[in-house]
Design a protein around this ligand. Structure first.
Ligand SMILES: Nc1nc2c(ncn2[C@@H]2O[C@H](COP(=O)(O)OP(=O)(O)OP(=O)(O)O)[C@@H](O)[C@H]2O)c(=O)[nH]1
Ligand SMILES: [Mg+2]
Length: 343
């Protein structure tokens, strides 16, 4: 009969002395320093007990942390749903991030008529962008943090129309590209080519800062910079005959009532004349996502509904985004936004 082997054991639940032979309190077990340590005969029963049970493997499920997604992470949406990607571009401080924040807030206000919020995988991302709006009651001049010039970040939004709640939601990914990166791209073909993402989106929202247009000295340069960017994007193939381009003058509250500025003559007509034939669709419009002093003409979120409705309606382009399965989601609520159940 083989000599019985002694197994190292400990009465302390978390001690791994039976595995690595070491006391968890670093006491010398051979010198009897640990009062919880003991030796056990390796009987058949004891051996059986010490064999670790096989760990059952279950397929892992990726959980969203709710923050904005990078381009790779958006596959979690684009593989599941037919998705439209909307890129918001424009100079630093023109109001891109505020627009995204106010799209989210407009649903909290119930300001989007027949467009219903049907969920988002990036609620934390929206919350972060609208954080400064949320503290408005405690601050006189709420502001939106600067978008950092790194890779593209995406926010997810799914929408339904009131009359079609039984139909599948329309999934949208919104990206606000850092103004600094955008400005560099205007003057450098190399950086412009890095904006290749813009060739593969359903809609480009190109923002011109209304606050700069309101400054008479900065007006001509602001218009010329915007034209230079669009021209350069066309020359470098970033915009092409498949691009749905929407030129949006932001902060319309700064322009309204300015008799020295003619929207049709200075923006709409020259831009339309020069660029509309070079892209698939071309629209010029104005918004005031967060007017400083909303009034009857320029309300809070002025123009957001129309913008969002266009995102809802824009045709999804054929590209390499493949749907592979759909998932059901029960009706739930986040803050005071009613989330429509997915089909
Ligand atoms: N008056 C007025 N100010 C606005 C409006 N929309 C945005 N702003 C202000 O414009 C400033 C810049 O807004 P952002 O949204 O951070 O600009 P951005 O384009 O994201 O800037 P970058 O991240 O640097 O590219 C903030 O102080 C906003 O409060 C608006 O409709 N009216
Ligand atoms: Mg920003």
């Amino acid at each position: 009969m083989p000599e019985a082997v002694k197994l190292k054991k400990c009465t302390e639940e978390h001690c791994k002395v039976h595995i690595d032979g070491k006391c968890m309190d670093a006491l010398d077990i051979d010198k009897g320093e640990c009062s919880h340590f003991y030796l056990e005969d390796s009987t058949e029963e004891g051996e059986k007990k010490s064999v670790p049970q096989e760990v059952k493997k279950v397929p892992s499920v990726k959980l969203y942390n709710g923050d904005e997604m990078n381009a790779d992470e958006t596959e979690q949406i684009t593989h599941k749903h037919s998705t439209k990607v909307i890129a918001v571009v424009g100079d630093s401080d023109c109001g891109k991030t505020t627009l995204l924040a106010e799209i989210y807030n407009s649903f909290q206000r119930g300001a989007n008529g027949d467009l219903l919020f049907a969920g988002s995988q990036t609620l934390i991302g929206f919350e972060k962008r609208s954080h400064f709006s949320k503290v408005e009651s405690n601050a006189n001049d709420p502001d939106t943090g600067k978008t950092i010039a790194r890779e593209f970040g995406f926010l997810h939004l799914s929408l339904k129309k009131k009359e079609f709640t039984d139909e599948e939601a329309t999934h949208i990914l919104l990206s606000d590209i850092s103004g600094e990166r955008f400005q560099f791209a205007r003057d450098s073909s190399t950086i412009m080519k890095e904006l290749g993402l813009l060739t593969n989106v359903e809609q480009v929202i190109f923002m011109i800062d209304g606050e700069k247009l309101a400054e008479k000295k900065a007006r001509a340069l602001t218009i010329s910079n915007a034209m230079t960017f669009i021209q350069s994007a066309l020359d470098n193939g970033i915009f092409n005959d498949q691009t749905n381009l929407k030129v949006v003058v932001s902060k319309w509250d700064k322009m309204e009532g300015d008799s020295t500025f003619d929207f049709a003559k200075q923006i709409d007509e020259p831009f339309t004349k020069r660029f509309s034939s070079r892209v698939k669709s071309f629209v010029v419009t104005k918004i005031a996502a967060r007017p400083k002093k909303p009034n009857k003409t320029v309300t809070s979120g002025f123009g957001i509904y129309e913008l969002l409705n266009d995102c809802y309606l824009v045709k999804r382009e054929l590209n390499n985004r493949k749907p592979y399965f759909t998932q059901t989601e029960s009706s739930r609520e986040f803050h005071n936004i009613k989330i429509q159940p997915e089909i």
